[in-house]
Design a protein. Structure first.
Length: 100
């Protein structure tokens, strides 16, 4: 099986842009997860309230060729802006369906 799962972590509100970019280079779809991080710096936010950074995680299943195209596109787009994102790519060894 020549499939990979990409986990793309981006600031809150950017997931739709990631999915659109992935679709443009050949990914058939994606799943968006909302996540909250933990700020360990000890800094206080607005009026002494801690502000938890919110992020989105986009899961994309694609072939190796499409994964390379997506990675290159994200690298180019995020280098040109001040936004921060991370990409993790994991090989998929197999898939199982759960049927009742």
């Amino acid at each position: 099986m020549n499939q990979f799962m990409m986990l793309v972590v981006v600031p809150f509100g950017q997931a739709k842009n990631v999915v659109q970019a992935a679709n443009d280079v050949g990914a058939p779809g994606a799943t968006i997860l909302h996540a909250r991080g933990i700020d360990r710096s000890g800094k206080e936010g607005f009026f002494h309230f801690k502000i938890e950074p919110e992020q989105e995680i986009v899961l994309i299943i694609a072939s190796k060729e499409v994964t390379v195209k997506i990675s290159e596109r994200f690298s180019t787009e995020y280098q040109e802006t001040a936004r921060v994102g991370s990409i993790y790519i994991l090989p998929i060894k197999g898939v199982e369906d759960f049927v009742s």
